[in-house]
Design a protein around this ligand. Structure first.
Ligand code: CP3
Length: 341
């Protein structure tokens, strides 16, 4: 039995005295102890070593006090398992030396046995569950097929993912083949994570907002929907699509248990567009954690006032930034935890 199940109860739509709170990318670079491990082990070694992934996942629970843990890993372990080479370069970020550019490249992409190729993730889930000792739930995650395609085709991060969009618009057949392979792998991957012990999953469509409304449906959402359909009976599913407020009406009908919202969409608009019933998650501007602590506390309270305490999970509107002082992150979390108290 979980000692703190606020997060899962919010996903169930249960009545709560205060909203649960966690932060996207909370297992990461703003934590001094994480930086010590980063100095010793390269990125994918940290991902592939269950003991390290466990230690990093638990850090924000011990040090910041969030109501849920998110497994330390990366969305790019999925394309790696599909035989797409992914490196992490200092100062650049994700780096794919052999990007996908045509149908021949897509043919070479495999749909792997995830229990075999991503065994280390399942092992990390099991070890993390033991280390958490039922204090808080554990979230597993995957990138959306579109967001993975963005990296697989572009070869690195980008302001506009022009090559990825160009690939989709000029070679739609190859693009859909690739998206389907990623979707099939992701479904198997998330099901394996659920079997290994995660309590909920989040889909990160970080680059969904690169697409217009119609293209979003065609190249992203229909694949997100397949994943939600395949998972929603087995676990709780959160769909986060950055910059995609226009898709909220569709997303609210998808069977997902909660929808992520970024800070460019007001609480009122998000409630209106999503129909007022479904649990929403977000949407503090991550840069606002640079404000003085009293201002963070005031703005965090305003955010809960705006979303309401019910059907709501407090979070940032995207990942926490590396330059956030830990006491500012803590002040945000504590402001939510003391709401109404
Ligand atoms: O949320 C968590 O705390 C769990 C860990 C997590 C990481 N990446 C660890 C990480 C999660 C959920 C992710 C997801 C992820 N990875 C996304 C979706 C979420 C988002 O922020 O939009 C994306 C787009 C990626 C791809 C990726 N991996 C990028 C863009 C980068 C940053 C490169 C850089 O240096 O800025 C990474 C690397 C990465 N993933 C780091 C961490 C802690 C930093 C590099 C390092 O620790 O060496």
């Amino acid at each position: 039995m979980l000692k703190n199940d606020l997060f899962l109860r919010a996903l169930n739509g249960e009545a709560l005295s205060r909203p649960p709170v966690w932060m996207m990318r909370q297992a990461g670079r703003y934590l001094p102890d994480f930086m010590k491990l980063k100095a010793k082990y390269d990125f994918f070694t940290r991902c592939r070593t269950p003991e390290l992934a466990t230690e990093i996942t638990v850090m924000p629970i011990d040090q910041v006090g969030t109501d849920a843990a998110i497994l330390f890993s990366d969305i790019l372990v999925v394309p790696q398992a599909m035989d797409i080479t992914v490196e992490m370069k200092d100062g650049i970020g994700p780096w794919l030396p052999n990007p996908i550019r045509n149908s021949k490249d897509v043919e070479n992409v495999v749909v792997p046995d995830v229990e075999d190729r991503l065994h280390y993730v399942m092992e990390a889930v099991k070890q993390t569950k033991l280390a958490l000792d039922d204090r808080v739930p554990l979230i597993g995650f995957a990138g959306s097929p579109w967001t993975i395609l963005c990296y697989a085709v572009q070869g690195q991060g980008s302001k506009n993912f022009d090559l990825a969009k160009g690939f989709c618009f000029s070679q739609p057949e190859a693009a859909h083949q690739l998206l389907q392979k990623i979707t099939d792998t992701t479904i198997a991957y998330l099901k394996a994570k659920v079997r290994a012990g995660v309590d909920a999953v989040q889909l990160f469509d970080s680059w969904g907002g690169m697409l217009g409304e119609v293209d979003y449906q065609t190249f992203s959402w229909q694949y997100m929907q397949q994943i939600i359909d395949a998972l929603k009976e087995e676990t709780k599913v959160i769909a986060f699509a950055k910059g995609c407020w226009f898709a909220l009406p569709n997303m609210a009908r998808s069977g997902a248990h909660a929808l992520g919202v970024d800070w460019t969409c007001s609480a009122r608009n998000a409630r209106y567009l999503s129909g007022g019933q479904i649990t929403l998650q977000g949407n503090f501007d991550p840069s606002r954690l640079l404000s003085p602590i009293p201002e963070i506390e005031k703005m965090a309270k305003n955010m809960v006032d705006a979303f309401g305490t019910q059907h709501y999970i407090a979070n940032l509107g995207h990942g926490i930034l590396p330059n956030i002082p830990v006491d500012h992150a803590k002040a945000f979390v504590n402001a939510i935890k003391s709401y109404n108290a």
